[in-house]
Write a protein that binds this ligand. Structure first.
Ligand code: HPA
Length: 248
């Protein structure tokens, strides 16, 4: 079973024919919202809005463990995630969509493992390649099939938020090798790996990262988010195609 996790700008999937909503409790608490079961082009999928229905949960307070575990309990084996980012590399300008192949985690204080010796014994998963190559291929094929361009690689810097970064922090992330910056990529990807769930993300670029180009003198987040709507139409189309191809 495939699940879609939507982020900022994607709290609903308009093309999803909803069949039911399920409240799930997990040993880690409740997920961000009831899981939404439905169909796209006749293929079943589960949708979960990471920040809750009304986008009320900030990135550092998302219960990532409950989200991933709730999906796991429903038999989810693949998670196609959408996570909005700021573009650091010049190719990642607002309106583009990137599919990262690597992550650098700068978050802190988040509950970032199931293997904490409480519910499950300590275990160290391999995370050399944080995203599932098969699911990345599926994302790529879906985008190709409908002629949407997808920047095929990139290094995702996961920052703590909820504030945006300083210009100096972005320079540092760039020196570290990051090409995009967002606040929700971790620990989501690692938790999915811990449960053996294939996970890959696509990242719509909402803005130039702090201190770059249009963001040289600041980022008006609300303004930026309203421009994201156009990009999200493309993202929805790619998701619909992914679900269709996955079910065929
Ligand atoms: N920084 C961090 N997260 C983000 C940004 C950003 O510039 N834009 C969208 N999510």
């Amino acid at each position: 079973m495939l699940a879609i996790i939507g982020g900022t700008g994607l709290t609903q999937l308009e093309n999803l024919k909803i069949s039911r909503r399920l409240i799930v409790r997990t040993p880690y608490g409740e997920p961000s919202q009831p899981l939404i079961f439905g169909e796209i082009s006749g293929h079943e999928v589960i949708f979960l809005a990471r920040h809750g229905n009304g986008h009320t949960i900030p990135p550092h307070e998302v219960n990532y463990r409950a989200n991933i575990y709730a999906l796991h309990l429903q038999g989810v084996t693949e998670i196609a995630a959408v996570a909005t980012v700021g573009g650091i590399h010049e190719d990642l300008y607002p309106g583009t969509i990137a599919m990262p192949h690597q992550i650098i985690d700068y978050t802190y204080g988040r509950k970032n493992t199931f293997f904490d010796g409480v519910e499950l014994p300590v275990k160290h998963i391999d995370f050399t390649d944080p995203y599932c190559p098969n699911l990345r291929t599926k994302w790529r094929n879906a985008a190709l099939s409908i002629d949407e361009s997808l920047i095929d690689e990139g290094i995702y810097a996961a920052t703590q938020g909820p504030r945006l970064e300083t210009a100096a922090e972005i320079n540092r992330l760039e020196r570290d090798g990051a090409t995009m910056v967002g606040m929700t990529g971790m620990p989501e990807a690692a938790l999915a790996r811990e449960l053996g769930i294939s996970y890959a993300a696509i990242c719509p670029v909402a803005n130039y990262a702090a201190g770059r180009v249009d963001s040289l003198h600041g980022i008006q987040y609300e303004e930026v988010m309203s421009q994201l709507k156009v990009t999200m139409v493309k993202v929805r189309n790619i998701i619909a195609e992914l679900v269709k191809q996955n079910g065929d």
